[in-house]
Ligand binder design. Structure first.
Ligand code: ATP
Ligand code: MG
Length: 480
């Protein structure tokens, strides 16, 4: 990781602080010099540093006190103490307290540079190790989420960051991108992990039933209420409630949900006294929520309340590196269920997967691999075993994955709709074309009556550029 290491130099003798900073300028551009421990703490509060070089004897807080504070508040920060001749004992003491090293004044520049370089090398090594650990964890799965594509990194980082907070979270992403998995990860990473995670969807529920399901109802409060219901809010008390497909809730029900979020209390149907609840909401939508607000399918006030933290999961077609990882994972799982361990994915089949636009995202890939595991004749899944759907999932009305002339086309400007339709046509055409030539671009260009350059341009525009659809059969696909 090429992150710039940062250094803070602290010495009440201003010339000395400035001089040290000057000498170290060659080691990193991110150096700040300051003249007291108090000042140093203010700098660290503002932004932690990798390395602090501090004098020991200073008016006010001395170097030892600064060391102790840094050790407890910024445990990742290394501290090197600079001590005047004659205070070697206190420097030794400092080492015991956890200083990284010390330099006895007067020190020469080479000595200084050497100690600092050693510390910075160690810091860089530790960072790299952390990055690798995170990558391995993602590959092995993190709360069931497997990913290696850098485009998923912000998703995981945001989940980590916000899990501890109590704020509502809005998870956005096309159908099958893993919204529920992400919602579960938020719960599992939070202090609520030991309490229930419950999921709710208003889809296909009559209004009153949906309300009773969420907030509870007294027996006899509506037709069919043959018993008291506690409701999901009460059942999820202390935990997390996942509200799937927000737009399937009626505006009235959305209003009631908003009130619960504001007042932290529910009023069960047929009851007049509110009951306090402590539930964190994670909501999901597979359509751009701002569009839902514009179309009147999502109340703006509820949107603003929920979108305090918004997590956008990229579509599978936008994270090429996950295609091979997930294809392999799902094939492995399906193969072992089918009693066919060792079943492998051929590079030609993988190429087909790269060329597909995955309107059903990860779920679609999972289904395709499950089918492939059953269809494959030998010990390898070939292109013929990959059955890709010709039409996209219904219900996706954002135009990206809609059926040939789906709801998306009717929305937006003519030019937008045309661009989407054209892109969809190109994707399908190229996908089939490459399938018939086993991914060979030159042969595909010949068959299509295009120049190789023209076909490459189309491939690049579709995000299927070299690497994803290379003409060499043995080339390694990304993420493989
Ligand atoms: N990164 C991933 N690693 C492993 N499995 C995944 C990943 N993302 C999604 N899946 C799997 O894909 C399927 C769909 O995921 P999930 O139900 O979370 O998607 P969704 O966005 O909620 O879909 P929908 O919009 O249809 O409700 C699930 O079986 C899930 O386990
Ligand atoms: Mg879902």
């Amino acid at each position: 990781m090429a992150e710039t290491p940062s250094i803070l130099v602290v010495d009440d003798k201003r010339d000395l602080a400035r001089g040290v900073a000057l000498v170290l300028a060659a080691s990193t551009p991110d150096i700040t010099a300051c003249f007291s421990a108090e000042e140093a703490l203010a700098h660290l509060d503002e932004r932690p540093r990798d390395l602090v070089l501090s004098d020991i004897r200073m008016p006010g807080l001395d170097g030892h006190a600064l060391l102790a504070l840094v050790r407890s508040r910024w445990p990742q920060t290394r501290v090197v103490l600079l001590t005047a001749f004659g205070t070697v004992e206190s420097a030794v003491e400092a080492m015991k307290q956890g200083a990284y090293d010390y330099l006895t004044k007067p020190f020469d520049n080479d000595e200084l540079v050497l100690v600092v370089r050693r510390a910075l090398d160690e810091i860089a090594a530790r960072r790299e190790l952390e990055r690798l650990r995170a990558e391995i964890a993602a590959r092995k799965g993190w709360h069931g989420l497997h990913t290696v594509d850098p485009r998923m990194r912000p998703v995981i980082e945001t989940v980590r960051k916000v899990a501890g907070a109590q704020a509502s979270v809005l998870v956005c992403g096309e159908s099958g991108t893993g919204k529920e998995l992400v919602a579960r990860a938020v719960h599992a990473e939070s202090t609520r992990a030991a309490r229930p995670f419950l999921a709710f969807s208003a889809a296909a529920l009559p209004e009153t039933l949906a309300e009773a399901e969420l907030f509870g109802a007294r027996k006899g409060s509506f037709t069919g209420a043959d018993r008291d219901r506690r409701g999901l809010f009460a059942d999820a008390h202390g935990g997390t409630l996942f509200i799937d497909e927000l737009s399937s809730m009626s505006p009235a029900l959305q209003g009631k949900l908003l009130r619960v979020l504001q007042e932290r209390a529910i009023v069960p149907l047929g009851q007049s006294t509110p009951v306090p609840v402590d539930v964190r909401i994670v909501a999901a939508t597979n359509v751009d929520p701002r569009r839902l607000v514009r179309d009147g399918a999502l109340r703006a006030d509820l949107y603003y309340r929920l979108a305090v933290v918004r997590i956008q999961i990229p579509a599978l077609r936008e994270r090429a590196e996950d295609i091979s990882l997930l294809a392999t994972l799902f094939l492995e799982r399906a193969a072992s269920t089918a009693g066919r361990p060792g079943l492998r994915l051929s590079s030609r089949a993988l190429r087909l997967l790269y060329a597909h636009d995955w309107p059903g995202n990860v779920r679609e890939l999972q289904n395709v691999m499950e089918r492939a595991a059953l269809l494959a004749a030998g010990d390898e899944v070939g292109p013929a075993d990959i059955a890709l759907d010709d039409f996209d999932e219904p219900g996706l009305d954002d135009g990206v994955g809609a059926a040939d002339f789906g709801a998306g086309e009717a929305a937006g400007t003519y030019e937008d709709a045309k661009r989407r339709a054209l892109e969809r046509f190109q994707r399908r055409y190229v996908e089939r074309l490459l399938a018939t030539t086993g991914g060979n671009v030159s042969a595909a260009a010949r068959a299509a009556g295009l120049t190789r350059a023209a076909l490459h341009r189309i491939l690049n525009r579709l995000g299927l550029g070299p690497g994803e659809a290379d003409e060499s059969d043995e080339s390694t696909p990304p993420g493989a």
